[in-house]
Design a binder for this molecule. Sequence first.
Ligand SMILES: NC(=O)c1ccc[n+]([C@@H]2O[C@H](COP(=O)([O-])OP(=O)(O)OC[C@H]3O[C@@H](n4cnc5c(N)ncnc54)[C@H](O)[C@@H]3O)[C@@H](O)[C@H]2O)c1
Length: 402
Amino acid sequence: MTELSILEQRDALVAELQGRMSLAGEKPRYGVIGTGMMGREHLRAILQLDQAVITGICDSHPESLALAEAEFAVRGLAPPTRFASAEAMALAEQVDALFICTPNFTHRAVFDQVAPSGKPVFLEKPMATTLADALYVAEQCRHYPAPIQVGMQYRFKSQYQLALNALAAGDIGAVHMISLCEYRPPFLGKVNEWNKFTEYSGGTLVEKCCHYFDLLNRIAGSLPARVYASGGRAVNFLDFEREGKRSDIDDHAMVIVEYENGIRGQFTLNMFARELYEELIVGGAHGMIRTTEHASFQPDRPSRAHIRIEVADHEAYDGVDCTFPEDIELGGHYGSTLFEHDRFYRRLQGEQTDGATCDEGLWAIIVAAMAQDSIRAGTVIDVRTALAEQGLDPYRLSGVSE
Ligand SMILES: NC(=O)c1ccc[n+]([C@@H]2O[C@H](COP(=O)([O-])OP(=O)(O)OC[C@H]3O[C@@H](n4cnc5c(N)ncnc54)[C@H](O)[C@@H]3O)[C@@H](O)[C@H]2O)c1
């Protein structure tokens, strides 16, 4: 069991993060490619942390650039240089590291545009929309001369950092079952509505749920062996059309994952809820960890994170509110985006961190893509067989022998 109480651990996480804000000395200079909703969340996180400076922005949509510049104007700051292309920004002397925050279907191409610079890259999730492209990007990352981190910040939400700490400390003994769910409102509007189409997003489980498959994979500590899923389109965007094309994305699913080490995981998605609700239950030999998060897209409904560790005599047996302090909680995705940025900053300083690697990003997509295939086929997907049939070999990449 960890020596610190849950609240002491949460406060230590926050104090550590705050201790690295506004550090003296030369700051790395970031360029952000894609200044839509997520690109601007990254801009705000970078400005809040003050570990780095933003010297470039690039977007093909003038309105997104104007909204990005407004983030600087409201803080009384001069806007960064506008670059006409990702290539031009990557090669510019004034940019040390690149954030790729463009839509999913562009990730492979934008990565290829910036890769000749050899500069550090932060690549938003999912790495790509197809397994072949994700594997391609992961292969490129392997030989890349600088750090690359994938945008998987859910692992840094308060309740998940604390759950991962408790698991690492062996609080519940050997893990056997992991259960995760997300209930939330429909997908938000995007520039050109790319997230309403599988072709551009990779599909709902790839686009949105790679975060949860990353958590399942991380907690299981193993590779997925078999995936079964049931899901479909029930409520959202059933009549949505753009440029003559009909939306084709799923809005609910149930996914079961059996891992090679015998751990069983399951994930439930429902995207026609009013509020946001996430729950994780990890069942171990000595007890359970249960976490919840309640949040909202509606104004004035603050988020709340909670964790229980149901093990005899555990101080968190009856549950602890582990919500981050308000200034951290508001720092993007309930504070998790700030922690993710800190990991990237530390990678630039040469530290090893628990920021998501390309390999981890790839395996999250593999589970998601297998689940989508299972929904369409109505059968259990054997992961090794399915990948081999597609001529893909991520095992070599992951250093796993047959
Ligand atoms: N980690 C998370 O929790 C999280 C949350 C939301 C979005 N995302 C990811 O962030 C990425 C962007 O999503 P978003 O919500 O900001 O979408 P968005 O549509 O709001 O913004 C995307 C922006 O990229 C621009 N763009 C498109 N192609 C470009 C190109 N080739 N070069 C430069 N700019 C280009 C668009 O004009 C737009 O302004 C996606 O990959 C998405 O999956 C991650």
